[in-house]
Design a protein around this ligand. Structure first.
Ligand code: PA5
Length: 434
């Protein structure tokens, strides 16, 4: 059974060529993905992760999560890009807004704001905390600096030896500066497998340790990913929603729709948007090709970006996520005098009103020549999160292969780093500024 329903009526009405006409190309690319014979094929380890993960390490993750819950009020997760967005997306997707959890998860190392870090250090002063530092390369500057600073804070608070038992390092199995530091100090270590790149690493310790520490049922996340694996394990577009999504967005791109907006009507989806943008932006945007990925949270952004979407340049299409069965709702009360003229909605749940906003917006945007795809997901639960992660990962690999780029590298990210190192005076980069 599909856990994501994809509704393409709107998008199809824009297309000169329907997705099904690309079936034989999809068959070939599917074989290329599964035979691991395409570009970047040594980074396809994520494909089998839902079933083939290290069970012993998984048990250690759950054990570490319990220890963190027991001895900490805050877990600081240090990482950038694929080393933090998956966990953040999962935490937000599954959050109960305004409910305080026993363990607070805070992210650091995803920017270099001294303002942010200085306030974080103040905040941590009277709290017990642990640190999960995540970096596959182990050499990324932003998390490395944050870790150096937070390690010092831990050591000042607990002493050098005690601090070690509060540091969890998620990194490469054999190399990198973080690997060396962790080995040298005897931190508990978790591995990002060689053949899994950062943005495809949610289902490794990168995502699973912070999520398990937050008391999220990671077994259910894996179960969702396993069912998605089974569902998308063949190329047939009539039954593979991930491929159907990939092919449809490719055809829209070919017809001049160069920008895709991922849109949700629930604040819990905002960081899924951020994770998705990183996954698709870094995977597709190369060789002067690729859809530019953007996002919006409606209704909020209907009152800002909504104007542009409706009437600005016509190079957009939207992928809308609808949460079909929200588990919580509120009902609109009746008022005797109806001064605010809302009694026509009395007794209606807010989800009903939200749904009419979604439908009305899709109709309006279609009229404004913005094609829509609708992804319907059942609810916010761990299973759905795991399913959705795998859905987008599988679709992303096919998307990148459809435009013939390597989905798994990010050579463009190096450009800013080199200039920054030169400006900072790092050894070996002296010539760059010349
Ligand atoms: O998807 C990717 O590979 C990147 O976004 C990385 O996750 C990001 O650059 C962080 O790299 P690292 O984990 O090596 O610090």
């Amino acid at each position: 059974m599909a856990h994501i329903n994809i509704e393409l009526k709107d998008a199809r009405s824009f297309l000169n060529v329907q997705p099904e006409s690309l079936q034989s190309k999809v068959n070939d690319l599917h074989n290329m993905i599964h035979n691991k014979s395409g570009k970047g094929n040594d980074y396809l380890g994520w494909l089998d992760l839902p079933y083939q993960y290290d069970k012993d390490e998984y048990n250690r993750i759950l054990k570490a999560a319990k220890k963190i819950q027991k001895d900490s009020q805050v877990l600081v997760v240090i990482g950038i890009g694929g080393s933090y967005l998956g966990a953040k997306a999962g935490l937000e997707f599954l959050a109960e807004p305004f409910v305080k959890n026993n363990l607070e998860i805070i992210f650091a190392g995803h920017q270099m704001s001294g303002h942010y870090l200085s306030n974080l250090l103040d905040y941590l002063k009277d709290k017990d905390f642990s640190v999960n530092v995540i970096s596959k390369s182990g050499t990324t500057t932003e998390p490395a600096i944050a870790f150096r600073i937070l390690k010092k804070a831990l050591e000042e608070k607990y002493g050098v030896e005690q601090a070690k038992s509060r540091i969890y390092a998620t990194t490469d199995a054999k190399r990198g500066a973080l690997f060396t530091v962790a080995k040298e100090n005897g931190y508990e270590m978790f591995v990002i497998p060689d053949d899994v790149g950062g943005r495809y690493s949610v289902l490794t310790a990168v995502g699973l340790l912070p999520l398990a520490a937050a008391n999220i049922d990671t077994n259910q996340i894996l179960k969702g990913a396993q069912d998605a694996y089974d569902r998308f394990n063949h190329p047939d577009l009539s039954q593979n929603e991930a491929y159907l999504y990939a092919v449809t967005r490719y055809l829209l791109y070919k017809q001049g729709k160069k920008i895709e907006m991922l849109v949700g009507y629930e604040p819990n989806l905002l960081y899924l948007n951020e994770w998705w943008k990183q996954l698709y932006g870094e995977s597709e945007g190369k060789d002067n090709k690729g859809i530019f990925v953007a996002s919006a949270g409606f209704s909020t952004d209907l009152h800002s970006l909504g104007q542009y979407i409706q009437e600005g340049e016509r190079h957009l299409f939207e992928t809308v996520i609808q949460v079909v069965n929200p588990t919580k709702d509120v009902f609109i009360p009746e008022e005797k005098n109806d001064l605010d003229e809302l009694n026509y909605l009395k007794g209606k749940p807010l989800s009903y009103v939200n749904l009419q906003a979604l439908k009305g917006t899709m109709m309006a945007h279609k009229d404004g020549l913005v094609p829509n795809m609708l992804l319907q997901i059942p609810r916010f639960d761990a299973y759905t999160f795991g399913y959705l992660v795998y859905f987008f990962e599988k679709a992303c690999a096919l998307s990148a292969y459809l435009i013939d780029v390597n989905p798994f590298n990010q050579p463009g990210v190096e450009a800013y780093k080199k200039n920054m190192f030169a400006l900072l005076g790092k050894k070996g980069y002296e010539n760059i500024l010349k």
